[in-house]
Every structure is written in C-alpha cells, then in structure tokens.
Design a protein around this ligand. Structure first.
Ligand SMILES: [Zn+2]
Length: 200
C-alpha cells in the first residue's frame, strides 16, 4: 500500500460512525459481563459508576454515550470496590481513543513534514506523540501479560519491530473489522490491573 493510500485508509476508518457504534456495542457487552460477574472481592451486586471521558481523535461526532467509560461499584457499603471492565474504546488512561493509537502507530514510514502537519491538523497528534506510541509497542507492550497471552496464540513468531502492523495484519476481514478484532485482543490493557503498563 502506498503512503498516500495508507493515510487515506486511516482517515476513512476513523471517520466511520459505524466503527464507533460497533466499538460502543462491544464495550456494552464487556460491561454487562463484568456486571453479571459481581464484585471481585465479595461477590456483591454491582451498581453503575460510569464516568465521562473526553476522548480525542475520532473524525466523527461521538454521542455522549460513546464518551462514557463504563464502570461499576460494589453495592456493599463496607466494600465499595470499583470494577472497571475491559474496553475496546479506551486504551488505559490515554486521551486518544484506542483505535487512533493503533492506526496512527502504523503510519510511520517516511512521515514527511507535510504528512505530519496533516496528522496534526486532523487528529491533533504531534509527531512526538506518535513516536512515543510506537516505542510503547516495541518496549512496553511486549512486557505486558496481555501480549504474553497473545503470543501463545500466534502460529508463528511476531515481528515486534513492526508492531502494531504485524498484529493488525493477522486479523481477519477488512480494515474496520481488523481494527475491532485487534482492539478486542488489547482490551485487557484498558483495565486497572494493567494500568501501570500504560503510558498517556
Ligand atoms: Zn464488594
């Protein structure tokens, strides 16, 4: 794929209202599974304790619900443990949506000044931020329990230096489906237990 096409694919995927509706739907299912599971400490019933975030990088208007991070609190007054389920929309505490972090991390080949300016104009992402994300894939992501689990499922050795392209390339379907597939696998990174593994 040429550099220009690569950029256009990212642009059209991140402008897709369908993509964000799909991701929201997946998150609703993940939240429901967490709710049914109950409190991790005492098995207590969970009450909703959602919070609003201000995610960046979508090229389509996100409704209020799409900006809500689903979360729960134990209904037991002595416990009140918070349970925040995995998410395919939010990648840890990062302000950029997971879809944006994944796709823009793949746009690395010979970024010209003009293309960098365009990325900044469209997504508000600086070249430094993209470089930090790319380093995170190579250096930090490969240390996470999430990756260690994934690695065990791959048929052949992954090219860590080509992350996340290598992972995206292994997913089935077209651009949008592949992205959703990968975000599903990365969802454990969005929970508190993996929080220390993330960078902003
Ligand atoms: Zn509890």
């Amino acid at each position: 794929m040429s550099k220009t096409e690569e950029g256009e694919v990212c642009h059209s995927i991140l402008a897709s209202a369908r993509l964000f509706a799909l991701l929201l739907h997946v998150d609703e299912e993940l939240a429901e599974a967490a709710r049914v599971g109950g409190c991790l400490v005492d098995g207590g019933r969970l009450h909703r304790g959602d919070f609003e975030r201000k995610p960046r990088g979508a090229l389509t208007t996100l409704g209020r619900r799409a900006r809500i991070r689903f979360s729960f609190c134990c209904s037991n007054r002595e416990c009140r443990k918070r349970v925040t389920p995995p998410s395919v929309r939010f990648l840890g505490r990062r302000v950029y949506l997971g879809a944006v972090v994944v796709l823009l991390s793949t746009m690395r080949h010979g970024a010209t000044a003009r293309r960098q300016a365009r990325l900044h104009e469209l997504f508000g992402v600086t070249p430094r931020t993209v470089q930090r994300w790319r380093r995170w894939w190579r250096e930090r992501f490969v240390q996470t329990p999430c990756w260690k689990r994934l690695r065990g499922l791959l048929r052949d050795a992954a090219d860590v230096c080509a992350f996340p392209d290598d992972l995206l390339g292994r997913m089935r379907g077209e651009g949008e489906e592949r992205l959703v597939g990968l975000l599903r696998l990365l969802a454990p990174l969005s929970t508190k237990t993996a929080g220390s593994e993330m960078v902003r």
